[in-house]
Design a binder for this molecule. Structure first.
Ligand code: SAH
Length: 505
């Protein structure tokens, strides 16, 4: 059975700019070949058995030239694989996607093309530039600034371009900026025409330099802009002053280390990006199921004997209910038991199982939970569904209150393996601005997990943001001092605290 190839546009950077159809293709792919412009965060949609290969020379994978890519697409499909060729922006706009489609058509391989948002459109909009405008620009022209060097004569006619009154967008032109600008002015383009260069458009480190055409080269040099960059020339650039929005976000370009375990970062990533920050995923703990379920299973069998169930993390809720389900049981087993949770995130996970929580303290910490439980539990049987490690406040307090508390470990909380960090992650960690520390266990093992280069920068160029007073205390025990602490003890709270701290600077 022949497989199928999907040529998919990934958009130019912001991982939210891929289409729903593109995501669906990634989910079912056996092999994903992605090029160097693609944001690796998009690969989170890929299921784990995919082989990832990179088109550019980098530490992500082997270098493949265009002919090798065409062959790999054809051969993999012939092996019956579903292949996604993921390309920056749109596959056909200066993307050589048509050459790939041609090779597939020639080999009789079924394929589909899923458009992407091309850099000119997305980077333009993120920079506050409308490429067409009813009164200002009736045409827009996409031009390559880097023609195939083997071509005998240029297909780009600067005389014609200079005569157009609409918007000109040059791809791949940064290294030839002065040639492009001079050619246009020599051919009659007004030197005072508005223009700009957008570097890393839609990425958290997007930078835009605007100037009149005759000043553009000088200003771009001063700003040291880097590829990938687009050159946009035309009066529509002048409206940017009013409608630019992306570069005004509060954490623009800040790199924030997300210490949460793998698989629990989706929401934090999108919230970081919305604030303009670049999330760097650096799990410092791992959450795993317990190795042996015997104790959990017998606690589940005894559930009707308990008066209260206590959950102190969303992980606890999820692992417990997963096991309950696997044993062929369901929420009816909890009909006569009261449920206490440590905070809103835990209560939220419970709601996903269609259960309301009977008790949540106002302050999300074990001491506050104990205070609220104490008057209610004398003579009662309590079951705490807990992690393999954590604070031990509850047992003492509950015994003092005259309750009988049983504790069952429903999941393991272990240190992450720093040896599994990739080289590119280690590089990124060296350039962090912030690390969000979202639990005491993360606080306690942060020092052992961080590479020395980062450890030396803590409190200097790399700041710590703590989720709660308990986490701050754990950091301080390790000799670390957070720069700020969340008021609301959630990841949103951490991000809000970082915004506040940045505003003060
Ligand atoms: N197929 C891609 C373009 C590939 S050519 C698309 O449709 O966008 C590569 C060129 O695209 C780069 O040299 C640069 O000019 C432009 N480009 C790609 N991503 C960009 C980004 N995030 N910001 C600015 N320009 C970008």
């Amino acid at each position: 059975m022949t497989g199928k190839v999907y040529l998919v546009g990934a958009g130019p950077g912001d991982p939210g700019l891929i289409s729903i159809k593109g995501i669906e293709c990634l989910k079912k792919a056996d092999l994903v070949l992605y090029d160097g412009l693609v944001n690796p965060l998009i690969l989170k949609h890929v299921s784990s058995h995919c082989e990832r290969t990179c088109r550019r020379k980098s530490d992500h994978g082997p270098f493949l030239d265009q002919e090798e890519i065409n062959q790999k697409l054809v051969h993999s499909a012939q092996e019956g694989k579903v292949v996604v060729r993921l390309k920056g922006g749109d596959p056909f706009i200066f993307g050589r996607g048509s050459e790939e489609a041609f090779a597939l058509a020639q080999a009789g391989i079924p394929f589909e093309i899923i458009p992407g948002i091309t850099a000119a459109v997305a980077a333009g909009e993120y920079a506050g530039i409308s490429l067409t405008h009813r009164n200002i620009a009736s045409t827009v022209t996409f031009i390559t600034g880097h023609e195939d060097p083997h071509k005998s004569h240029s297909q780009v006619n600067y005389k014609t371009l200079a005569e157009l009154s609409g918007t000109l967008v040059f791809y791949m032109g940064l290294h030839r900026l002065s040639f492009i600008v001079e050619s246009l002015i020599e051919n009659g383009k007004d030197p005072k025409t508005s223009a700009c260069v957008i570097s890393h458009g839609t990425w958290p480190d997007q930078k835009t330099v605007s100037a009149s055409l005759d000043q553009l080269v000088k200003k771009v040099k001063e700003a040291k802009l880097k590829p990938p960059s687009l050159i946009i020339i035309g009066e529509c650039v002048s409206l940017r002053d009013q409608i630019a929005w992306f570069e005004k976000r509060p954490l623009l370009g800040k790199r924030i280390g997300i210490t949460r375990p793998e698989g629990q970062t989706e929401e934090v990533i999108s919230n970081c990006i919305e604030l303009g920050a670049q999330p760097v995923l650096m799990p410092t703990i791992q959450i795993l199921p317990v190795e042996n379920w015997d104790e959990v299973d017998s606690a589940i069998a005894d559930l009707p004997k308990y008066d209260w169930l206590i959950f102190t993390s969303a992980n606890g809720v999820n692992h417990f209910f997963q096991r309950l389900w696997e044993l062929g049981k369901d929420a009816r087993l909890l009909a006569n038991v009261q449920i206490a949770c440590i905070g809103p995130a835990t209560a939220n996970s419970l709601e996903k199982h269609h259960l309301h929580c009977d008790l949540v303290p106002n302050e999300y910490r074990a001491e506050a939970l104990s205070e609220k439980l104490k008057p209610l539990v004398s003579g009662k049987k309590l079951l705490w569904l807990r992690a393999s490690r954590g604070r031990d406040v509850l047992p003492k307090e509950m015994t003092e209150a005259g309750a009988q508390l049983d504790q069952i470990v429903v999941y393991q909380n272990l240190d992450a393996e720093p040896s599994t960090y990739s080289e590119s992650l280690l590089n990124e960690m060296g350039n962090l601005d912030w690390i969000g520390v979202s639990s005491p266990s993360i606080a306690r093992n942060l020092v052992s997990v961080l590479p020395e280069a980062v450890r030396n920068k803590l409190g200097k160029s790399v700041h710590l943001a703590s989720i709660s007073p308990v986490t701050t205390a754990a950091l301080e025990e390790s000799g670390l001092k957070p720069t700020c602490e969340a008021v609301d003890y959630t990841w949103d709270g951490i991000l809000a605290a970082i915004v506040n701290a940045e505003n003060k600077n």
